[in-house]
Design a binder for this molecule. Sequence first.
Ligand code: EPZ
Length: 422
Amino acid sequence: MDSILVTGGGELSGQIPIAGAKNACLTLMPATLLSDEPLTLTNAPRLSDIKTMTELLQSLGAEVTSLQDGKVLAMSSHTISNHTADYDIVRKMRASILVLGPMLARDGHAVVSLPGGCAIGARPVDLHLKALEALGAELELKDGYVHAKAPGGLKGGIVDFPLVSVGATENVLMAATLAKGTTVINNAAREPEIVDLADCLRKMGAQIDGDGTSTITVQGVDRLHGATHPVVTDRIELGTYMLAPAICGGEVELLGGRLDLVAAFCEKLDAAGISVEETDKGLKVARRNGRITAVDVVTEPFPGFPTDLQAQMMALLCTANGTSVLEEKIFENRFMHAPELIRMGAQIEVHGGTATVTGVDQLKGAPVMATDLRASVSLILAGLAAEGETVVSRVYHLDRGYEHVVGKLSAVGAKIERIKGQ
Ligand code: EPZ
């Protein structure tokens, strides 16, 4: 297994290009199953999760061709030749559950493995299933698989989510586009990736209103046609790299960065003493003065502070002046980066969903282990500011969500390299 060596110290300066959003691409790709005409995505990120989704769609009979070094995904599913999403693919990536709604809507039946949990939590899919049942789906759980049927097709219905779920909103939104009649989704997720999906579905002929708000209304149509759609900028990659000059000092311009995608995150950066300036190319970020000021963070569904930036923010706050309290309210086990940061000299106390971080003057480089996608990059950020060398192992987690991390950070002056595993 590869690892990444980071040598701390030194300010950063220059530009980092931000890629298309992993979490938008992972829901846009299954949308190809809704139509027998080609769907082409541009600005796609080059990530292992995208390869996994490609594998899954191809196993269902869709054609997926990666062009321009992976930045363009040309897809088409004239027919779905296999309606079963196997456990061996689904267990690698829980977003695989997003093929359920489209297959059900297109052909009236689907068999999808339950995804199983992951490091950050049990991550059930009960809300996906209940939402599809509200559209008339008949579901049976057998041998770890969901057997779904919609004899006579899905019918429009009222979906009331008891809690906000990004994936469940995406699944039922895609299914509703081909359901007979009107669907209303209440307490829908408002993430930019939902709006991006709705934009793409509208290009395919879907009739959707209210995306980006808590209530989405869909008028079902008989069929959807092909389209070409650019994947929205990755707000989590954007926020992650905004923290690099924040933690090291210096000034970095994030190309393609959009303030509206990271508004709540920028409020916290401003309170911590980081300046964010809009430029004609994106966002320029610099540390206003010497030391970061401690701030409290509570993760919430969009437009609140994103859970996917909590680990990275914690790395910044490890060297802040004062004590910060971080509350993780989306996932039950998303502080696994804390013990690794403590190995680097951070002072963090975790009690349930709350982590209290008391800033220290200087972190010390150390060998640390990545435990999940966002924890891995949090350790790299800490390594950039630490004294000495940090070796982050198990970087396959990183490859799921960040393309060319070493190249992007080296380009702005970071001392970072990838070490090939035995
Ligand atoms: C999406 O996951 C993202 N993944 C996650 O990003 C992100 O952290 C999460 O949304 C929250 O923003 C993709 O888009 C591929 P949820 P998702 O359904 O859809 C519970 C990353 O690092 N829940 O909004 O799985 C769930 O356990 C990843 O890029 C149910 O109880 O998240 C969680 O506590 C990590 N039942 C909460 O809801 C369900 O049926 C929010 O989960 C579904 C979810």
